[in-house]
Design a protein around this ligand. Sequence first.
Ligand code: AQP
Length: 334
Amino acid sequence: MSRIFSGAQPSGALHIGNFYGAMQQWVALEKEPGNETIFCVVDAHAITVEYEAKDLPKRVFEAAAGYLAAGLNPEKSIVFIQSDVKEHMELSWYLTTLTMMGELNRMTQFKEKSEQHQENNNAGLFTYPVLMAADILLYKADLIPVGEDQVQHLELARDICRRFNHRFGKVFPEPKPRLSSAPRIMGLDGKHKMSKSRGNTIDLEDSPKVIEKKLKGAFTDPLKVALGSPGRPEVCNIFTLHKAASSPEVVAEVDRDCRSGALPCGTCKMRLRDAMLADLQPVQERYVELRKKPSLVTEAVAQGAERARAIAKSTMADVYGAMGLTSSSQKVPT
Ligand code: AQP
């Protein structure tokens, strides 16, 4: 049996990078018998960059609706909002004392984001990976389905976990990453990974027309310039998306016909559109249902928070004991 934990930031509309990079695996892991699955909307992470407080509740709702629309079953998985379980922030502080400045300085996401948000280089952006370690360790999770961009953070979480266990006795299992078949989806600009904050996304709720338009303008192999010239699927983001969305037979055909020059990029993109629409249509239908009945979302996350809190409190009791911290339940030292 594995305990699985993952999450996404409510920093904008969920996109196909989130979906194929992480969320599809969430749903598959939920369905595997014996797994315990926990998925969190990490709103405390999202406030490490500029945001409008008045917009955040809507974004959080949209993200939670996205989890359910993607196919998670809140009767089975624990689906909740991070700020509803205060122990995330509490454990994060304790783990900060086990994290070296040099380790945080090496995080590539911090380097990128501090460049992207130069006017707001706050300490929370710097310690973001420690909060992520706390998210995971709080639930004693052992398997973490993420995109490739989060692997470095997860390595740090593993280091923190080992350090804690070595110093204070074994409290946490070592969490391992689980990558999907499309662990890094580039944005439509071809320059950066697909990211909510970069405006280079195909969103889960984009209409077929919008998806088609965005795909038509999407970056492919820059060396495949002329019609009939051979392409290199291994450098093409459209091929990466085929690997996520199309059947193995279609992927093999695309690979062969792109290399030989027989498959024009336009045709390749429209085959991808069809495969993606087949995946996204049921997601979009569920979104419509959830928007008609928002209580399905709010009740799911309220119940999820209760279930999450029970685990979190039990872990924190272990942490207090191991670290020699005095909680109100502890006795006066002798
Ligand atoms: N482009 C991507 N390819 C593959 N996986 C991706 N993920 C995100 N983008 C891609 C994975 O989706 C999960 C949730 O990500 P997140 O929302 O917590 O944070 P992020 O990685 O920072 O996502 P964005 O869209 O890039 O948000 P912003 O722009 O706000 O920073 C994670 O498992 C992530 O790996």
